[in-house]
Ligand binder design. Sequence first.
Ligand SMILES: [Zn+2]
Length: 269
Amino acid sequence: MFAGLFGLCIGSFLNVVIWRVPLGKSIVSPPSACPQCKKEIEPRDNIPVLSYLILRGKCRNCSLPISMKYPITEAITGILFALAALYTGYSLAFINFAIFISLMIVVVRTDLEQFIILDEVSIGGTVAGILLALMPGGLGIIKSALTAVSGAAFFLLIRIGASIYLKKQNIRTEAPEGFEDEEDEFQGGMGWGDIKLAACIGAFLGPASTVIAFFAAFILGAISGGAMMAFGGKKRNTPIPFGPFMAAGAVMALFFGEPLWNAYMVLLG
Ligand SMILES: [Zn+2]
């Protein structure tokens, strides 16, 4: 319960991070304001999820509609924090879970909205993951760092392999609108952001859960990509950000990675 409420507040903070960090703005000041009427958002209108419902999704002053992505981000953060507390109890491991979940939520939003995975999240997250591995009961620094390096190397190989293949087939991926001058970044399936994110996931999850996370990401990506092409009229050569699938797979593996890995090992042996 407490963890869920804490998660709602962190979700609200993540909304600020997602909005301001890509623009290079401070996350502390100035206080949040309506983008249309510039009126500062009062504390009573800044309560996670609840304010959105009370205001029926509109600015109190000018009635500018507020996107549903804000309360949804808060709600999902709250739910995942509550689940994490159930899973870990109120132990040191909860800190690990909470930080990792927060990072993954930022990845989903920034990559879906702007095709960006912030270095603060991927590289900063890798460093944080390796340091947190030092905690009692943690992975240990060597396991964490080695998994980070292997994760990044795996995605780098995919990028190199895919870009060679696509070049041979003469398939060029179109850059999304607004990114025309960065077209090269979108060749080869995986972006550099995905490679750095793989390191972060590895640093937090360790080898067994990272394998599960990547496996889940590719399955989720294949299903969603197929569905989008079948129903959404999505063209084959336009990019889909892969970060959200990696983040979703990683959060699944955070909770279920070890049991799934152990079940797999039992099946094998
Ligand atoms: Zn307004």
